[in-house]
Design a protein around this ligand. Structure first.
Ligand code: CAA
Length: 254
């Protein structure tokens, strides 16, 4: 039997962690599709991707980019249809798109709440719902939800984000049970503080105080999260489902 072509969709694929995941899965031999919302940024990103270097060799990375607002079911549906028509069944889905709108609850506006819940949690339903039937029909799939340490422990100023990120893992566990017999695994990765623009946007003195709470003594690298994605995608990881893998430098060990 011919091996199944691995087609990976990474939502928020042009962001900090998303870019590293695209690169890693490309090197693993997958067809990689990066979803984006911002067209101008995505075109620039794609040009840069062609020139990424590794081991001093020029490595051209051919990543497809596809537009879609994953917080919106209709937009997601158009995007998935385009992918399935042009490339085939998405059998690896990395729900990675996420935003922050930090504020203590007493100052949080409804818009800050809804934007975060829509982008970080409703997107997980939208994307997964639209690819799950293809995976079931194929009898193979990998769904990986990129959550956060702050969904595990909570964080001052992040009731919206922590709620969405904790919700992602509830989704993981329920769906893992539903599709366990179909050759599909569903897992969560909970990164700690990673050196991306999202974390760098935190006020410097607060960020330094957070870093002082990380036993390893530094921020993580996006590649350290991409490595876990690659591990979960591999054939050898088929017994791992419904789990939540932390990668946080020891900041939370619950
Ligand atoms: N615990 C308890 N009290 C705290 C606190 C904490 N962690 N942080 C702040 N406070 C207190 C302050 O001491 C202050 O008290 P006083 O008024 O008595 O002096 C009060 O709360 C107000 O604090 P701020 O001045 O910080 O309030 P602000 O409105 O200016 O800022 C905030 C609020 C923007 C949420 C800011 O606190 C902040 O940036 N916090 C960090 C949020 C964070 O970690 N975001 C992560 C983004 S990256 C990410 O999310 C990726 C990932 O997955 C890890």
């Amino acid at each position: 039997m011919e091996p199944i072509k691995k087609i990976a969709l990474i939502t928020g694929g042009i962001g900090g962690i998303g870019t590293a995941i695209c690169e890693r899965l490309y090197k693993d031999g997958c067809v990689v599709i990066a979803n984006y919302r911002d067209f101008t940024r995505a075109i620039k990103w794609r040009e840069q991707a062609k020139n990424w270097r590794q081991n001093h060799l020029r490595l051209g990375i051919d990543v497809k980019i596809v537009e879609g607002d994953v917080s919106d079911f209709r937009s997601t549906s158009t995007m998935i249809k385009q992918i399935q028509d042009e490339m085939g069944v998405v059998n690896i889905l990395v729900n990675n798109a996420g935003i922050t709108r930090d504020a203590p609850l007493y100052k949080m506006k409804p818009q800050q709440w809804y934007e975060v819940i829509n982008t970080n949690l409703h997107s997980v339903y939208n994307c997964t719902r639209l690819v799950i039937e293809g995976m079931i029909a194929q009898g193979w799939g990998r769904i990986i939800n990129i959550s956060s340490i702050n969904g595990q422990k909570g964080q001052f100023g992040q009731t919206n984000y922590s709620a969405a990120k904790a919700g992602m893992h509830g989704f993981t566990m329920a769906l893992a049970a539903e599709v366990a017999k179909k050759g599909i695994t569903v897992n969560t990765i909970s990164p700690g503080y990673i050196g991306t623009s999202m974390v760098m946007a935190v006020r410097e003195e607060i960020r330094n105080q957070i870093i002082s709470q990380i036993p390893i003594g530094r921020l993580g690298n996006p590649e350290e999260i991409a490595r876990v994605v690659s591990f979960l995608v591999s054939e050898e990881s088929s017994f791992i489902t419904g789990s939540n893998i932390s990668a946080n430098g020891g900041q939370f060990m619950g």
